[in-house]
Design a protein around this ligand. Structure first.
Ligand code: GDP
Length: 296
């Protein structure tokens, strides 16, 4: 991932490092190249502008240009700005409540929501020794509930027994009650997706959130859809209080535009990156490490 951005930026950086003194014009020329690199990586235009303005403002300061190694300092400024845009600190799941903690998964159909639900459940079980229950609230798509049950069997995580004809809010209530009675630490609610953002989807999500009071509402979006992913996230943010985003298919995303725009556009941190179809192909998103990967 991020290959072309990485190549482009290293070209700009090599030029900067190779020079002794730098003028303000040199910095502006370098920033124009950074701008092109970000646009080619499919970063949202307003985010590119904000990025370049911020980095330029920091870099043309007299301390930088008069320093012994101005090239190095400008490189560091661009790197730090990149980390900042990726989200600065990594964001953990906040599940520190009287159990059961509730994680609500939302997103469009096909984004990888159900797979991601199972991936996170597996992580919580294996890495944090949590007792996890998953429940599918998707009553629209035939076999959605069965799909989650099959994944549950694969990773040895409990799923709420399916009751035909029950509506999402009632399933959520039943999941919570059952988890409480059986001493589960975490309940994961896999809500229904739609092909597009529509009001019915939003209303259903709000009703489920009101009934289950989740600690985490994670939006799952497909990194390969680039700016669409960011727009979808913006729409969801306006309707429900997201606590984080999971970017799936990062394994196939060579450009990285969604990852770089997400925080600035939505204000929500990226908490995980999906990196493949297997159920352990998920990584916590560490902005600093990702920035380092981009910067080579
Ligand atoms: P949902 O409709 O949002 O619940 O989507 P699914 O969870 O059913 O996933 C749709 C497809 O995307 C499945 O074939 C998954 O294996 C695949 N998928 C999910 N996450 C990732 C990922 O991070 N990388 C890759 N390569 N495939 C993924």
């Amino acid at each position: 991932m991020f290959e072309s951005l990485s190549d482009r930026l290293s070209g700009v950086f090599d030029k900067l490092r190779g020079r002794g003194a730098l003028t303000e014009d040199d910095v502006r020329t370098a920033m124009r190249e950074v701008r092109v690199a970000l646009l080619e990586a499919d970063v949202a235009l307003p985010v590119v502008r904000e990025f370049v303005d911020k980095a330029t403002e920091r870099a043309v300061g007299s301390d930088v240009l008069r320093s012994v190694t101005p090239g190095q300092m400008v490189v560091k400024i661009v790197s730090d700005t990149l980390t900042e845009f990726l989200g600065a600190d990594s964001s953990e799941l906040l599940l520190d409540v009287t159990p059961p903690a509730v994680i609500m998964m939302v997103g469009l159909q096909g984004s990888g929501k159900t797979t991601t639900t199972a991936k996170i459940a597996k992580r919580l079980k294996e890495k944090e020794r949590k007792k996890v229950m998953m429940a599918s609230l998707d009553v629209n798509r035939p076999a959605a509930q069965e799909q989650l049950a099959i994944l549950g069997t694969q990773i040895d995580v409990a799923t709420l027994p399916i009751v035909a004809g029950q509506q999402p809010v009632d399933i959520a209530r039943r999941a919570l009650q059952s988890a409480k009675l059986q001493g589960f630490d975490v309940v994961m609610l896999d809500t229904a997706g739609r092909l597009h953002v529509d009001q019915a989807l939003m209303d259903e999500m709000k009703a489920v959130a009101a009934a289950s009071v989740p600690q985490e509402i994670l939006l799952v979006v497909d990194a390969l859809t680039g700016q669409d992913a960011v727009n979808v996230a913006k729409n969801f943010t306006e309707q429900v209080p997201l606590t984080g985003v999971v970017l799936t298919r990062m394994d196939g995303d060579a450009r990285g535009g969604a990852a770089l725009s997400m925080r600035a556009v939505t204000g929500s941190p990226i908490k995980f990156a999906g990196t493949g179809e297997k159920l352990d192909a998920i990584e916590p998103f560490h902005p600093q490490r990702v920035a380092q990967r981009i910067l080579g």
